[in-house]
Design a protein around this ligand. Structure first.
Ligand code: 8DG
Ligand code: MN
Ligand code: MN
Length: 391
């Protein structure tokens, strides 16, 4: 006779990137709770705790059926004491007091509202909260100096906090496609980020742009941006140029996990399909405009109705074709998947993966280079081994 309690009910590989995870989540109540705690940790600048909760949530997302008892979770990876305590609480009492009190805390609410402004991160939000700013009205009244991104973020706050639909993503795809084709025939765009993973909505739309002939993509982004600007499609944009080859000794790994592709963080002005106002009294923008004073209006000061549009966050990235496979993989996400894939490559395969390349660490030759900060720093020069491995 088998003792049921000792048989592991589920088997889940250690790294998130080794698991098949569909959009179908059988444990949404539990993963929502853990994701909320992850978000709270991230907004409190506690990334380590954030990753721990994200990993725990990812394990539950990969399970083929709902969990009914913590006993079923025995032997599963990434479930630390804290996460298990939360899960147990919810399974036994229907909710976790820690999750409830976090959700209802004024600080968490303020952090969410303020970091919900495009261009505002956890550190800025924390500083504002310490200055007594907890909401958008207080921010406006405070006279705080906002940078250009934050000004645009505040101005379009209501639109940008509404999820972007797949239809809207496709409509933007058509515009970007036209822009790219006009400035460089033959260049290709690929939808990346959450929509490439099959999500039905997202917080933004991400596109990767390349050209089948190596080098033709150089200088492409400013042309695409000018085209979009000339047609009135951009409410905001900030372009950052490619810095991959800038370091003196050729490709080096960037300091953070940011890559070095030429990119553009933008806010699109997406024309909306005309809807007869009488038949749709509760269109999205109509509602929001009534409830929030900070909206980007569809109506001019004179009250004259203008063409309807909505603001959408769009990220554009340009990669040379030789790095396209890595860029595509690196920008498809999710953030946890990418993180786990790199950790798995490093720890289990002795390789180092970025959005630019995959290196074999066993062929590393270490040397010294002068960094821009004029400090001597050890940088490993690695042999690129396998563009072909990924394709
Ligand atoms: P969402 O927009 O639907 O909310 O989700 P998402 O599409 O998964 O999130 P995202 O914030 O738009 O990010 C999309 C992917 O792009 C994600 O896997 C992480 C990746 N990414 C950035 N910035 C950078 C970066 O600087 N370098 C690299 N390599 N990847 C990045 O967002
Ligand atoms: Mn995205
Ligand atoms: Mn994005």
């Amino acid at each position: 006779q088998i003792n049921e309690a000792e048989v592991a009910e589920f088997s889940v590989p250690t790294y998130a990137c080794q698991r098949r995870t569909t959009l179908e989540n059988h444990n949404a109540v539990l993963t929502d709770a853990l994701s909320l705690l992850a978000e709270h940790a991230e907004l409190s600048d506690e990334d380590g705790r954030g990753v721990a909760f994200r990993r725990a949530a990812a394990v539950l997302k990969a399970l083929p059926k709902p969990v009914t008892s913590v006993k079923q979770l025995r032997g599963l990876p990434c479930l630390g004491d804290h996460s298990l305590r939360i899960i147990k609480d919810i399974l036994e009492n229907r909710e976790s007091s820690e999750v409830q009190s976090t959700k209802q805390s004024e600080r968490f609410k303020a952090l969410k509202v303020l970091t919900g402004i495009f261009g505002v991160g956890a550190k800025t939000a924390d500083r504002w909260i310490r200055d007594g700013i907890n909401n958008l009205q207080q921010l406006q009244d405070s006279g705080q100096t906002l940078n250009r991104a934050q000004q645009a973020g505040l101005q379009h706050y209501d639109h940008l906090s509404q999820p972007v639909t797949k239809q809207e993503a496709d409509a933007i795809g058509e515009i970007v496609e036209e822009a790219v084709a006009s400035v460089l025939p033959g260049a290709r765009i690929t939808l990346i980020g959450g929509f490439r993973r099959g999500k039905l909505t997202g917080h933004d739309v991400d596109f990767l742009i390349t050209h089948p002939e190596e080098g033709r993509e150089v200088g492409l982004m400013p042309k695409v941006v000018s085209w979009l600007e000339s047609k009135g499609f951009l409410l905001y944009q900030k372009t950052t140029r490619n810095s991959y080859l800038e370091s003196k000794d050729g490709p080096a790994r960037p300091a953070s996990n940011m890559d070095r592709f030429e990119r553009c963080f933008s806010i699109f002005k997406l024309p909306e399909e005309e809807k007869p106002a009488a038949k749709h009294p509760e269109t999205l923008t109509g509602n929001v405009e009534q409830s929030l004073p900070l909206t980007s209006s569809h109506v001019s000061a004179e009250g004259e109705a203008l063409k309807r549009w909505r603001a959408v966050r769009v990220d554009l990235v340009v990669s040379p074709i030789s790095q396209f496979a890595f860029a595509l993989l690196g920008w498809t996400g999710s953030k946890l998947f990418e993180r786990e894939l790199r950790r798995w490559a490093g720890h289990e395969k002795a390789m180092s993966l970025s959005s630019h390349a995959l290196y074999d660490n066993k062929q590393v030759e270490t040397h010294f280079v002068q960094t821009p900060s004029v400090k001597k720093k050890r940088v490993s020069k690695k042999t690129k081994t396998c563009s072909s491995m990924m394709t």
